[in-house]
Structure formats: structure tokens, C-alpha cells
Design a protein around this ligand. Structure first.
Ligand SMILES: [Zn+2]
Length: 336
């Protein structure tokens, strides 16, 4: 039989264990790197600190009264072009939109910015803390043929990926978007951006956009000004439109029943570009809305929160040459 005193000690230890475990779990969600990495913490950014979650867009400001010839940043080997920004009551400067990819590992990384004035280049260094987003986990059961592709479909998918990568390889050097972004369709947001997908028991690539449920044939509009870079009818995405908003900013619209624009068309925010459908791999009518920002897959809804509501950003005066947007290294993406 256990002594009462020993029993109490045992209980206390269990409670302590529980408390410690809870504390570690809570802390690890706040300080994902510091607690579990063997590497020493990164030095503080000399010029500032930013933080955001996976899939978010950060607005980076660089002060500068004088006109630079070029301002660009590098973050996790992605190039971030900056553009001139004037705002009433704020110092003049440059803005860069930094997309945190939905699969960037949590941690602290450097954003190195170079401000060029003719021959002179001034380096700036920021620290960016990437925090983990708690994405949902989806369990889907689909007919086997819809999950495991036959060889022919895999070959088709690979060829289609090539087409998309080539079309998106060159970024427009002009900033075409302006003011606020708009939701492309009136519908029900499902909130599954970044969700981990388990299909028929096997883990698949996470969902790289947001699905918006809407009736078949509902209007789909461009979420900002841009140029139609590519229209497709692909095995997964179905009928789709890729819009280039300039400076490495792309939005994409999939599963359309009808595409009402063609490659090279200039579109404006709110312009109808197609109709909601269920083409490609889709279980019912909805719009898959995706965003690529300098190679990072970000939550489309983060665009609606960008602080450009008053249209104060003029057309870009400083842009970078072609951004080295890294091709998506993902294997077969699954887009429902
Ligand atoms: Zn989707």
C-alpha cells in the first residue's frame, strides 16, 4: 500500500509535470525557435524587427526623403521589390510587401534591404520573426482515381506546371495594383488556406489558397488592377486565370465555368474575369483564390487588410529587375 505522504508527493509531481508541459507548449507557440533550436538566437536586426505568421503579408517601411535609384530586399532567397510611397502626415519612403510563405519554417530570419543611390548602396538589416500558424487539418475521402493519378495525368500535370512557371517567371517591373484589394466573389469563405490535407489516409500538400463557396455562374472579379498573364484549363485547377499585378504580385482564380478574359488583357479591380464553376478537381462550385507574392504563397485574405485603402500609393518609381521568384518545389498540389 502506498504511504499517504508518498501519494501526495506523486500527485504534486504529476501536477507540476502537467504545468510544465502546458508552459512548454504555450511558450513554444510564442517562441518557436528560441526554445527548441540548437543554434544561438539571431542578432537583433539593426534597423528594426517585424513579425508575422505563416501566410501573412508584412508591410516593410524604409524611410528616405531622397529618391533612390533602386530599393530591394532579400528574404529567404526571395527578392522583395520596394516602391515609393507618399502618405499625408508620414515621412516619405519606400514600402516593400513581404510575403511569409505558408510553409516557411518558424524562426527568425534576416530581411536584407539595399537602398541604391547611383553607385552607392546602403545596406539595411531587419529581423523577421516567422510564427507558426495553426492551420486546420482536413480529412478527405475521395474515389481512388481522383487522388492517385495515372501516368498520363501525371505527365499532363507536370507539363501544365511548366507552363505556369514560365508564365509567372518574369515579373512586371511596374506596380500595376493600387489602393485596396477586393474579394473576387460574394460567397462563403471556408477558411482552409494552408490546411493540411489527408486524402484517403495519406498526407498531401497543404491547400495553397482560399476556397469561397458561391453558386455556379456567379461573377468572379479581378481583385486589383493588373494584366492577365495566363488563362488555363488544367487538370487540377480547371479553367483558371492568373493576374499579374506587378512587382511579383500574382492572384489566381480556379475552377471557373467560364473565362471572360484572355492572355495579355489589362484588367481593373472589380472587373468581371469569369464565372464560378467546378472545373478541374473540385467537388462542387466554388472559387479557389490564390496569391503568390514574390514566390511566397500567402493567404489571399491578408490582401484585404493591407493599409492601402485610400489609394495613396502612386505608380511605382523604383522597381527591381525580374525577381527571382523561386519555382514551387511542391510535388503534386491538390486543389479542391
Ligand atoms: Zn482550393
Amino acid at each position: 500500500m502506498m504511504m499517504p505522504a508518498l501519494g501526495q508527493t506523486h500527485v504534486r509531481i504529476s501536477r507540476l509535470d502537467r504545468t510544465l508541459i502546458t508552459a512548454v507548449v504555450l511558450l513554444s507557440s510564442v517562441f518557436p525557435v528560441e526554445l527548441f533550436s540548437n543554434t544561438p538566437p539571431a542578432p537583433n536586426g539593426l534597423d528594426g524587427q517585424y513579425s508575422g505568421k505563416q501566410g501573412q503579408v508584412l508591410v516593410i517601411k524604409v524611410k528616405g526623403e531622397e529618391q533612390a535609384t533602386e530599393v530591394k530586399g532579400t528574404f529567404l532567397r526571395r527578392t522583395i521589390p520596394f516602391f515609393r510611397e507618399f502618405r499625408p502626415g508620414e515621412p516619405a519612403g519606400y514600402i516593400g510587401l513581404l510575403g511569409i510563405d505558408m510553409q516557411d519554417d518558424p524562426g527568425t530570419y534576416e530581411l536584407a534591404v539595399e537602398v541604391k543611390q547611383g553607385e552607392q548602396a546602403k545596406p539595411l538589416s531587419f529581423n523577421v520573426l516567422v510564427a507558426k500558424e495553426m492551420f486546420a487539418v482536413e480529412h478527405l475521402t475521395l474515389p481512388k482515381g481522383k487522388v492517385d493519378l495515372d501516368e498520363k495525368s501525371v505527365a499532363r500535370w507536370k507539363a501544365e506546371q511548366q507552363v505556369v512557371q514560365q508564365a509567372l517567371a518574369e515579373n512586371s517591373r511596374l506596380k500595376l495594383w493600387h489602393s485596396n484589394f477586393v474579394e473576387p466573389v460574394n460567397g462563403k469563405r471556408t477558411g482552409i488556406f494552408g490546411s493540411v490535407r489527408i486524402m484517403n489516409g495519406k498526407p498531401r500538400n497543404p491547400h495553397n489558397g482560399e476556397d469561397i463557396g458561391a453558386p455556379l455562374g456567379a461573377d468572379v472579379v479581378a481583385s486589383n488592377d493588373g494584366v492577365v498573364r495566363l488563362t488555363v484549363d488544367h487538370v487540377f485547377s480547371g479553367k483558371g486565370v492568373f493576374i499579374d499585378h506587378g512587382l511579383g504580385f500574382y492572384t489566381m482564380y480556379f475552377h471557373l465555368s467560364e473565362v471572360l478574359v484572355k492572355d495579355g488583357d489589362l484588367v481593373t479591380a472589380g472587373q468581371i474575369i469569369g464565372k464560378v464553376g467546378a472545373t478541374g478537381r473540385a467537388t462542387g462550385p466554388h472559387l479557389h483564390w490564390g496569391v503568390k507574392l514574390n514566390g511566397a504563397r500567402v493567404n489571399p485574405y491578408s490582401l484585404l487588410e493591407l493599409p492601402f485603402k485610400n489609394g495613396s500609393t502612386p505608380a511605382a518609381t523604383v522597381t527591381t529587375p525580374t525577381s527571382e521568384a523561386t519555382p514551387d518545389p511542391q510535388a503534386v498540389p491538390v486543389k479542391e
